[in-house]
Each structure stands twice: as C-alpha cells, then as structure tokens.
Design a protein around this ligand. Sequence first.
Ligand SMILES: Nc1ncnc2c1ncn2[C@@H]1O[C@H](COP(=O)(O)OP(=O)(O)OP(=O)(O)O)[C@@H](O)[C@H]1O
Ligand SMILES: [Mg+2]
Length: 227
Amino acid sequence: MNENLSTRYIQIAGVEQTFSTRKGPFVALRSIDLDVAKGEFVTLIGHSGCGKSTLLNLIAGLTRPTQGTLICANREISGPGPDRGVVFQNHSLLPWLTCYENVYLAVERVFAATESRSQLKARTESALAMVGLTPAAQKRPGEISGGMKQRVGIARALSMEPKVLLMDEPFGALDALTRAKLQDELLQIVATTRSTVVMVTHDVDEAVLLSDRIVMMTNGPKATIVM
Ligand SMILES: Nc1ncnc2c1ncn2[C@@H]1O[C@H](COP(=O)(O)OP(=O)(O)OP(=O)(O)O)[C@@H](O)[C@H]1O
Ligand SMILES: [Mg+2]
C-alpha cells in the first residue's frame, strides 16, 4: 500500500477563495490547510458564514480555489466526480423527477456500465429503504417535506458508494428521532464502506458522536482551521 495515499487521502494546501461581489472582492477562505486520512470522518464546525460550505464545494470540485491546491487520492481535484458524493445543505433534487428517479439517475451514472438494469433498480430501492423513503418513492420533491427531501439527497449520495462522502448539514432539517436513526445508519454504512467523510454540522453533539476529528473554522473573512 502507498503509505502517503492512506494517510493523506484528501490534501488541502494554502487554499484561498475570493468571491467578486458588488462591493469588491470578498475573501471567504484564507490559508486553509487540511489533510484527511483515508477512512477518516472529519467534521467541520464554525459560525454561519465562516466558509464551511465554500470549502466543501471546493472539495466536491464544484468551484475552483482562487489560490492553493486540493488533492484527492493523489490527483488534483479539477471538477466533480462520482468518487465524491455530495449531500448539499439545500437538498438539490431535480423537481420534475420522482424520488426514485432522482436516486436512479445517480446510480445509473456510476454503475450502468457494469451492472444490469435490475441491479440498478435494486441499488435504488435499497438506498431509498435505508432512509425510510420506500413509501414516497414515486412522489416528486414538491410533494414531500424538507426533511424527506434531505433524506432523498442522502440516499442519492450513498447509492453511488463514493470513496468520499461530503455532507453539508445533512441532518439539519430532520426531527430528533429521524436524525438519531440516520446518524446510526450513517455510522454503520461508513463502517461498511470505509468511506472517507467530510461533514459540516452546527450540532456539536452530532460532531462528537460521528467524527474521528472535529475541525473548527474561525469566523469571518480570515477563516482558518484550528486543529
Ligand atoms: N458565490 C458567492 N459570492 C459571494 N460571496 C459568497 C459566495 N458564496 C459564499 N459567499 C460568502 O462567503 C462566506 C462563506 O459562505 P459559506 O456559505 O461557505 O458559509 P458557511 O460557513 O457554510 O455558513 P452556514 O453555516 O450559514 O451555512 C459568506 O460570507 C458568504 O456570504
Ligand atoms: Mg453552509
């Protein structure tokens, strides 16, 4: 095994993110350095606006840093990929597709080349069952609650069996009971798949329960990581 790969699966070095706004450039992240080991569960916590989602988007490859480098599995992150599954803060489902179709689309993208239609269907069904959404499978996002939409998002990300799971407040809109159930499910899934996870949460108890390591980001434009 490559020692370097296993200990530093995600490498973030000197990352800066500046947004151009009407009032001029706005520095959302500055001098961010963070290494995540393979199989590690890291949680980012910090005040609203400190740049957590911005950092997660960079790891997802949805945005490019103004400065610095992001590496995943010894490759520079240059765009989104099925190796990194994302659960967004605002559940981003396709509104014209049913819950089932939203998950199936992701499954198809990753496994269509190697698996039969019935295998793809089975994957979709099991992902929906995992988050307790079998009864709502044929409903569209407009017909279900916010928490249910979030669960579809979780099912969609997990169904792709990504090497890295990026989650932005995945349990934020859920009631306490569902939240606890999904936290347990997530721990089991992660233990089985040995996924590397970077999660954002505002809930310190949740961070302590789930993570191997909690990373605190300080507030404001000079967000830095304290470890
Ligand atoms: N596309 C953008 N253009 C301009 N400013 C942005 C953009 N995206 C984020 N920002 C700003 O960057 C800062 C960090 O935003 P970000 O969404 O990463 O915060 P966050 O830590 O995820 O907050 P929350 O906990 O509320 O979700 C905020 O001040 C935000 O206004
Ligand atoms: Mg955010």
